[in-house]
Structure formats: structure tokens, C-alpha cells
Design a protein around this ligand. Structure first.
Ligand code: UFG
Length: 355
């Protein structure tokens, strides 16, 4: 059952203006909704290279408020200045999602990834001080840990050599932020290391929209369940895990979006904030691919055709978060059950296919 009229009373407050790059993307759009419902005024900046302007309409349907929208590429520093930083006064902070994110593609086109992901961040960090914007929340990934030696992984685990140019851009960008702050910049940064974001908004008005054949597990799974794909391939059942399939920490996208709101609050209001802080954003629970398939079948009642195939190159065997730092310092905790999250992904797939 899809929940409509999701408006929230908090939206009457005005807590300040936040710029969200990549705000029409999967995680970005859910974050814009949560920010608006917490009373922030949002400016979305997106070049629509991997998303659609309809997302802005759907955000407005959910919240009752239309966010400002600028179709600008973060690589274009002049446009970023004229259409965003100088056009909108009183920007309090920026959440930087805009990036290329396909691991496999990054191996084929490394320079595209280094340019898109790194130059965008450098442009933003250069523009921020000029307009007295001192807060940034940066989208990082558990990919920076590689295969951790100790699980669940904590934020102080060693950063391992990246497996892909995409992963490398996340590591480099974390370092760029740290070096900028070390050099005396007044910027405060929160780096969120996401585990595996899945699911969709409970209204089924926004969700993940992969281009072409999905690479990630959940969109492939829901497309299989609805009949677009014949069967799901489970990549390996000979890992050193209880059922032999890989283990991940699947985090609900709305819960993940809420982590950005509390990060913004900490940047804007908390005097204890260190100038740069990293947080794991995960549930703390590891789930195998086979367990996930079972949970999907249980929560939706839909039988999923799948077969076991060989391992996928570059896959990490097992990783899940220790989210204690986010729980205690940010006061954030994953709340949605895996079953409800999978149900939301299914409702979204049904909606995409007009079912
Ligand atoms: N998997 C399958 N079949 C599929 C797709 C995936 O069995 O068709 C398995 C993978 O082997 C893995 C698990 O499902 O064990 C999750 O795979 P995803 O591709 O959904 O996610 P990853 O953990 O590989 O990658 C995610 C993000 C990346 C990010 C990475 C590490 O998609 O952007 O986490 O942070 F880099």
C-alpha cells in the first residue's frame, strides 16, 4: 500500500538554505525530501546526466514544496558561481552527491571519472569560502575500506588501495577535503561512508532509476521479479560466509537520507564538531545475497527466479558497518526493517511499470 500525502508540518519552519548537488539522483532526491520536511529551503543543482527533471515535480508532490532547481554541471565553475553561489543568498551548507558512480564503467573510462568526481569537488571547495559557505556533507562509500580485516568495520579502519577508479575518486576526495581543512580553510565537513543504499520512498514517487541493464543487486532483482529479466545471477556461493554468498549491509535510502539532515544540523548548530568527521552509515547487520532473496520473497510474496553463477571480479567477500559513531555522535540510527525496505523497492518497480 503506497502512502500518499506525505507532507510534514516541520516544513513550515525556515531553517536556512541548503544546496544539494545531484539532488535529482537516487540518494539526492530522498535527501531533498527529508531536508524540506525538516524545514530547510533546498536548491537542487543537477546536470540531469543520469536523472530526470520529473523528479523535481515528484519531490514537490511528496512535500508540497517545489525546491529550486538549476540544471548546471558542477564541472562548469562559472555556471556554478553565476547560477548557484551568487544567485542564491544565504547558502548555509552544501551536500555534494553529484558524481559518476558505476564501478565497472570507471574501469573503462577512468579519466571521465577522475574529471567528473574530482574537478566537481575542487570547484565547490574553491567557491565556498568566497560566498561564506562553510559547511559541506560529502557522499563517500564503504568502498574506501576494501575488504576490512575486522568486522563490523569502524571509521578508523585502514583505507585500502581502491579496487576501481570510482573507489579511488572517493578516497582522493576524502583526502582533498582533509587537506583543504588542514590548510586553514574555515570549512567544516562531514564525510558519510554509505554502505549499500536500497529501497525507495514509501510514496513510490521517487526511487532508483538505473540506465540500461542494472549492475546493482536490487534493481536487477526487482526487474527480474516483474519479468523484465529472466533470472537473477547470484555471483558466487563459494565465499567464506555461512551460505557461501557475499555479505553486505543494506541501508534503507530514506534512513540514509535522514543521516544527511542530522549531519547538516551538526554542521550548523553543534559547537563540538571537529572540522572534519567521518561516519559509517549502515545498519550494522550483514545480509548475504541468498538471505536477501529470501527476505524479498517473504515480504512481497513474489517468487524470484535465480541461479548461482561464478564470482564477479572485484567483489568484496563481506562487509558491514559498525554504525556506533553515527548512533552516538549524530544521534542517527537505521530504523526501517529489511522487509519494509524491500517492499518499498518492489512498490517502486510496480509503479515504474504502471502496475
Ligand atoms: N550481486 C549479485 N547479482 C547481481 C548483482 C549483484 O549476486 O546481479 C551481488 C554482488 O556480488 C554483491 C551484492 O550483490 O555481493 C551487492 O552488489 P551491488 O552491485 O548491488 O553492490 P556492491 O556492494 O558491489 O557495490 C556497492 C555500490 C557501489 C560501491 C560499492 C562499495 O553499488 O557504488 O557498494 O561501496 F562502490
Amino acid at each position: 500500500m503506497v502512502q500518499e500525502n506525505y507532507h510534514n508540518m516541520d516544513s513550515n519552519k525556515n531553517r536556512g538554505r541548503i544546496v544539494v548537488t545531484g539532488g535529482t539522483g537516487f540518494i539526492g532526491s530522498h535527501t531533498v525530501v527529508e531536508l524540506q520536511q525538516s524545514g530547510y529551503d533546498v536548491v537542487i543543482v543537477d546536470n540531469l546526466s543520469n536523472s530526470n527533471a520529473d523528479v523535481v515535480d515528484n519531490i514537490a508532490k511528496i512535500t508540497g514544496i517545489r525546491p529550486s532547481f538549476e540544471q548546471v554541471d558542477c564541472l562548469d565553475k562559472e555556471f556554478m558561481e553565476s547560477r548557484v553561489f551568487s544567485k542564491y543568498s544565504g547558502i548555509k551548507a552544501i551536500i555534494h552527491f553529484a558524481a559518476s558512480k558505476a564501478v565497472g564503467e570507471s574501469v573503462q573510462k577512468p579519466l571521465l571519472y577522475y574529471r567528473n568526481n574530482i574537478v566537481s569537488l575542487v570547484n565547490i571547495l574553491e567557491l565556498m569560502p568566497k560566498y561564506n559557505v562553510n559547511g559541506i556533507v560529502f557522499s563517500s562509500s564503504c568502498t574506501v575500506y576494501g575488504q576490512p580485516d575486522i568486522l563490523p568495520v569502524t571509521e578508523d579502519a585502514p583505507i585500502k588501495k581502491a579496487e576501481s577508479p570510482y573507489g579511488n575518486t572517493k578516497q582522493i576526495n576524502e583526502e582533498i577535503i582533509q587537506d583543504t581543512i588542514k590548510s586553514g580553510s574555515p570549512i567544516n565537513a562531514i564525510i558519510l561512508r554509505y554502505f549499500n543504499p536500497i529501497g525507495a520512498h514509501p510514496t513510490a514517487l521517487i526511487g532508483e532509476m538505473p540506465n540500461g541493464v542494472p549492475m546493482n543487486l536490487i534493481p536487477y532483482l526487482t526487474q527480474t521479479a516483474i519479468g523484465i529479466r529472466k533470472e537473477l545471477s547470484v555471483f558466487g556461493d563459494d565465499y567464506d560466509t555461512p551460505d557461501g554468498s557475499c555479505i553486505r549491509d543494506y541501508i534503507n535510502v530514506v534512513d540514509l537520507a535522514k543521516a544527511h539532515v542530522v549531519s547538516i544540523e551538526r554542521i550548523l548548530e553543534d559547537k563540538q564538531l571537529e572540522s572534519v568527521e567521518e561516519f559509517n552509515i549502515g545498519t550494522g547487520v550483514g545480509v548475504s545475497v541468498l538471505q536477501l532473496i529470501n527476505a524479498f520473497e517473504r515480504s512481497t510474496g513474489v517468487k524470484l527466479p535465480y541461479k548461482i553463477v561464478g564470482r564477479r571480479a572485484g567483489d568484496i567477500e563481506k562487509v558491514w558497518a559498525n554504525p556506533l559513531k553515527a548512533n552516538t555522535v549524530l544521534g542517527w540510527k537505521a530504523e526501517t526493517s529489511l522487509e519494509d525496505t524491500l517492499k518499498s523497492a518492489w512498490d517502486w518497480q510496480l509503479k515504474l511499470n504502471n502496475k
